[in-house]
Write a protein that binds this ligand. Structure first.
Ligand code: C5P
Length: 228
């Protein structure tokens, strides 16, 4: 169960990240590095974590012309990263699948950013379509293209899991342990409910990295996951 908890290192620099990882110790095996840390020394830190036997999820949400995505993914695959995100545009997904060939890297697709609602999609120039419908359509395309998994809200995990099937990953952020603060997350789900909804991995940042005792916080979440 411990391997199914991904701890989001949403901190400004490597020093803070290293201190959190040290405090969590063997209670944490899988770490996510996003924009904030990636562009502040996070790539070298990812190599450091991998060298210590930890797994790394690079949340870079790539999207560019096919050749650029393919070559970028090839470089990331050589680092020994476990999960990488790309936006769920068919060209981008096909390029990512080609770039990871022969490596252990798994590609996760982000269907529609959870900060986008139906109006935001229209504003961005899409033909009016409910965001939920676009999520389903892109999840189906991700499956057909051979993407390894989807990042989605825990509230959507069951539906997405039904589309992509049992052999792919369903990775869900927006998790709040029972009794903790939601922060800016609007639709929060407890660790137990996320697992019951079909999530294979949970991404949790603030409830762990901002806790007085990050190790105890991580252990409590793993316990809630195991009880589900
Ligand atoms: O602090 P918190 O647990 O809310 O952090 C969740 C992490 O998951 C953050 O790194 C955030 O960027 C990421 N994420 C998210 N919602 C998405 C995709 C990624 O919260 N739809």
């Amino acid at each position: 169960m411990r391997d199914r908890l991904i701890i989001g290192l949403d901190v400004p620099g490597v020093e803070e990240a290293r201190s959190i990882v040290t405090r969590i110790g063997d209670a944490g095996t899988f770490y996510k590095i996003g924009y904030q840390l990636a562009y502040a020394g996070g790539f070298d830190f990812a190599r450091e974590l991998i060298g210590q036997g930890k797994k790394v999820f690079l949340d870079l949400k790539l999207h560019d012309i096919g050749n650029t995505v393919e070559e970028g993914v090839r470089s990331i695959a050589r680092m020994g990263v476990t999960f990488l995100t790309v936006h769920a545009y068919p060209q981008t997904m096909r390029a990512a699948v080609a770039g990871k060939a022969g490596s252990g890297l798994k590609i996760l697709a982000v269907t529609v950013l959870t900060s986008y609602d139906d109006n935001d999609l229209v504003e961005a120039g899409y033909t009016p379509m409910p965001a939920a419908e676009l999520v389903s359509r892109r999840a189906g395309q991700a499956r057909d293209i051979g993407i390894d998994g989807i990042v989605c809200a825990a509230t959507e995990a069951q539906r997405v899991s039904g589309i992509i099937g049992p052999d792919r990953f369903v990775v869900t952020p927006g998790i709040r342990p029972t009794g903790s603060e939601a922060g800016d997350q609007k639709r929060v789900v407890t660790p137990g409910d996320a697992i019951r909804n079909g999530a294979t991995h949970l991404v949790v940042a603030r409830p762990i990295v901002k806790a007085a005792d990050p190790r105890a916080a991580a252990e409590a979440i793993v316990r809630e996951m195991a009880e589900a």
